[in-house]
Design a protein around this ligand. Structure first.
Ligand code: IMP
Ligand code: MG
Length: 174
């Protein structure tokens, strides 16, 4: 039986998302294509976009599904495209949104993929960063929270498709 130890409360997440939107808005151009990585970033993207709309009215949203994890808690190191974004990103700026920056494999791949598709500038924003877990050097442009090497769930983030619905973020413990 797994237990969830609270790490970030609903209120802490909300305050940080509001601040992130204020930080991001002046740094991106109107019309930037925001590409959220599913499924993990779906709640973060929904909240961040509504906050961004207070600053930046021209937002273009798309999604991409990548996978590097099976139902495991460790990265396989290989990233596969399960669903590519539908919008043309050629000659556009792109802001990639992900839930967690862990090994760095996913965002390294996604950023390169956007460049190959012809994006001009590719920014990255993650809700959570676990810098101690990097396998590929990677620095996100915008980070919600830097957290220790713990396996977390909630606020869109799962363990084997469970716990995405939790409104807070917690650490999975035995
Ligand atoms: P990376 O390629 O290792 O940076 O993988 C990032 C992806 O791994 C995230 O988008 C998550 O889907 C998944 N991931 C990394 N750490 C965790 C965690 O603590 N809980 C759940 N998923 C995680
Ligand atoms: Mg993910």
């Amino acid at each position: 039986m797994n237990h969830i130890q609270p790490l970030l409360s609903e209120e802490e997440i909300r305050d940080r998302v509001i601040a992130l939107a204020a930080e991001i808005a002046p740094q991106i151009q109107p019309g930037t294509v925001i590409v959220a990585l599913l499924k993990g970033a779906f709640i973060f993207a929904a909240d961040l976009l509504r906050e961004l709309s207070r600053h930046e009215p021209e937002i273009n949203l798309d999604f991409m599904v990548l996978s590097s994890y099976g139902d495991d808690t460790r990265s396989s190191g290989r990233v596969m495209i399960k669903l590519d974004c539908q919008q043309l990103v050629e000659n556009q700026d792109v802001l990639l949104l992900d839930d967690i920056l862990d090994s760095g494999n996913t965002l390294t791949f996604a950023k390169e993929h956007m460049r190959i598709k012809g994006a001009v500038r590719v920014y990255t924003c993650v809700l959570l960063d676990k810098p101690s877990r990097r396998q590929t050097p990677f620095k996100a442009d915008f980070v919600g929270f830097t957290i220790p090497d713990r396996f977390v769930v909630g606020y869109g983030i799962d363990y084997a498709e469970r716990y995405r619905e939790l409104p807070y973020i917690g650490c999975l413990t035995d």
